[in-house]
Design a protein around this ligand. Structure first.
Ligand code: NAD
Length: 261
């Protein structure tokens, strides 16, 4: 099935993996809703480039994924503008690196809200329409940290393990409705989120930038290369295809072999 008549909402898509996924869906003909924070000019440039390059319609929603009411509004507005939300990618995510005893409570709450609860609220809003139309694709950007842990990332690891469980539960609930629910679990992908972790990791572990990249980040990634955003986006496109219609409830690793160890 082509994505030509479809609408995709991709949360956290003003940058990094989400933007690559939104662009890849647009390249397949889908109308897209991008979402996330950033400079207004940069967001408008990304939105208008999608329309210009792929001849689809692209909307921007500034919904804050830590606020359930804004998530519901984003889905309702997408539905009103395009007539349906056929593909939902729960991708928005943030990171914070600290030992548990020093981990700020508000950071814990924020990470759980953005990286986990937002997916629940967005699913809750899109599922009735997907069921009514008899087709849907829900893709959650999890992480290798949905399968294994690393020290100092308690909230992130807990939220990502949670999203893997939510994915399986939703897949079972929707299995007979032609709605698939899967998560993609990348290892280290070179994005602003990863770049932003470097100073904190340098501080917490007392390392240089090169040591963080080679001895911490890529230490556990046997290929010794970062995953690219386009590789993650290609898997998201595949999950929307007919070829993937029997894949549901899966946690798909794309981590250079990290979790094979
Ligand atoms: P990124 O920082 O480039 O993008 C994150 C996006 O989320 C941005 O668009 C940002 O504006 C948005 N966002 C943040 N808080 C938000 C909020 N409250 N409401 C709405 N949008 C919000 O990071 P990325 O690396 O592209 O990460 C995307 C997803 O991929 C995250 O869920 C992350 O956990 C996951 N992931 C990333 C890596 C990696 O190595 N980069 C690895 C595994 C999983």
């Amino acid at each position: 099935m082509s994505l030509k008549t479809k609408t995709a909402v991709v949360t956290g898509s003003t940058s990094g993996i989400g933007l690559a996924i939104a662009r890849a869906f647009a390249a397949e003909g889908a109308n897209v809703v991008i979402n996330g924070f950033g400079k207004a000019d940069d967001i408008e440039a990304a939105r208008s480039a999608i329309e210009a390059e792929y001849g689809v319609r692209a909307h921007y929603s500034n919904a804050d994924m830590s606020k359930p009411a804004e998530i519901e509004t984003m889905i309702n507005e997408a539905d009103k503008a395009f007539g349906s939300v056929d593909v939902l990618v729960n991708n928005a995510g943030i990171q914070f690196v600290s030992a548990i005893e020093e981990f700020p409570a508000e950071k814990w709450e924020q990470i759980v809200a953005i990286n986990l609860s937002s997916a629940f609220y967005a699913m809750k809003a899109v599922i009735p329409g997907m069921k009514a139309r008899g087709w849907g694709r829900i893709i959650n950007t999890a992480s290798a940290h949905s399968l294994v842990a690393s020290p100092f990332k308690s909230a992130y690891v807990a939220a990502k393990h949670g999203i893997a469980g939510l994915t399986k539960t939703a897949a079972l609930e929707l299995a007979t409705h032609k709605i698939t629910v899967n998560c993609i679990s990348p290892g280290y992908v070179w994005t602003p989120l990863v770049e932003a972790q470097i100073p904190d990791t340098m501080r917490v572990r007392g390392l240089t930038k090169e040591q963080v990249i080679n001895d911490v980040m890529l230490k556990g990634q046997p290929t010794k290369e970062f995953v690219t955003v386009d590789q993650v986006a290609a898997l998201a496109v595949f999950l929307c295809s007919d070829g993937a219609s029997q894949m549901t409830g899966a946690n798909l690793s794309m981590d250079g072999g990290w979790t094979a160890q």
